[in-house]
Write a new protein. Structure first.
Ligand SMILES: C[S@@+](CC[C@H](N)C(=O)[O-])C[C@H]1O[C@@H](n2cnc3c(N)ncnc32)[C@H](O)[C@@H]1O
Length: 301
């Protein structure tokens, strides 16, 4: 797998699983849609391997989608703004983080969000019920250096230049124009934990609506892949997608659970990847050397 830039530090990023997920891509993809983009790990990996002609990045968290818009349109300014914030924190990093978080909650700002993501605990967004970003800083580190951030921002820009668009909004709107020549990759907020009390994301996830939207994609003949929670050892997270959709579920080996390792139990974690019917029989487009270098994948029903 070639080295791929990764400008947005984001908990739940599919960066490490990308080779396994890309292994299920069809041979030709017109536009790759990633409507729950976050750090857009699959878009970046697919672009790095030339697996799609065009890319559509979407996320309902508007300032996050705006980071992508700026990476595509004006990357140097975003890198400059990140650098200014990063340097300004040196005198009192803790107080500065709180100031930036307050300013972000009052007025938004994509560079502020990028700084908060780079500095916060586990690079994980957390929101209060009122919709305020409330994640704490990781006080052991100052966040990704401006030099490294700039390299990744400019690298992502180069990779996607002239062939990608980003937009803020709901996934259903983002994929409305997808056709059978395209591919939709979806990584919605986790089923095992997302609900009215979940603070992981800025909005909760409506599962019946999602299932109805998958039915819509099937009716339109649009190929898709869906990542969902899987299991650690025998413990499964979140319900499976309904059988009537006739999707094929593949388990992707995501590594060893740190929780289980701490408690002395060696449990492996698997994530689920659901393939729409056309993909379950399609030939992969990924070069054999990359597929064979990838860790374990297994098929399950
Ligand atoms: C599990 S994360 C995706 C992580 C991504 N695969 C990556 O590699 O970074 C889910 C993302 O979906 C976004 N999201 C939540 N509800 C959404 C909705 N209704 N429409 C679009 N995006 C949504 C969240 O803001 C979050 O960034």
């Amino acid at each position: 797998m070639p080295a791929v830039p990764h400008p947005i530090p984001y908990q739940g990023s599919k960066r490490l699983l990308a080779p396994l997920i890309l292994g299920h891509f069809p041979t030709r993809v017109g536009t790759l849609y990633e409507p729950f983009a976050g750090s857009a790990a699959i878009t970046l990996a697919a672009a790095g391997l030339g697996l799609a002609t065009r890319f559509r990045i979407g996320d309902s968290l508007a300032p996050l989608a705006d980071i992508w818009t700026r990476i595509l349109a004006d990357p140097k300014r975003l890198a400059d703004e990140y650098e200014s914030l990063w340097r300004a924190q040196q005198a009192d990093p803790r107080a500065f983080y709180d100031d930036v978080r307050r300013a972000f909650n009052e007025a938004g700002g994509s560079a502020r969000l990028l700084y908060l993501l780079a500095r916060c605990v586990k690079n994980a967004v957390r929101f209060s019920h009122a919709g305020d970003f409330n994640q704490s800083p990781d006080n052991r580190r100052l966040g990704r250096s401006p030099t490294r951030m700039r390299t990744n921002i400019l690298g992502a820009h180069e990779l996607l230049r002239g062939r990608a668009q980003a937009s803020a909004g709901d996934y259903a709107e983002a994929i409305r124009h997808a056709t059978p020549d395209d591919l939709v990759y979806m990584d919605p907020p986790y089923q095992g934990t997302s609900g009215s009390n979940d603070q992981r994301y800025h909005q909760s996830f409506d599962r019946p609506r999602f299932v109805a939207d998958l039915e819509g994609l099937l009716d339109r003949g649009v190929p898709f892949l869906v990542s969902l929670d899987g299991r650690t050892g025998a413990k499964t997270y979140g319900p499976a997608l309904p059988a009537h959709l006739d999707l094929t579920r593949v388990e992707l080996h995501a590594g060893r659970s740190s929780q289980a390792t701490l408690s002395g139990r060696a449990s492996e974690t698997y994530e689920s990847l659901y393939l729409s019917p056309a993909l379950a029989t399609a030939h992969t487009s990924l070069p054999r050397s990359i597929r064979e270098a990838s860790p374990d994948t297994r098929r399950a029903r």
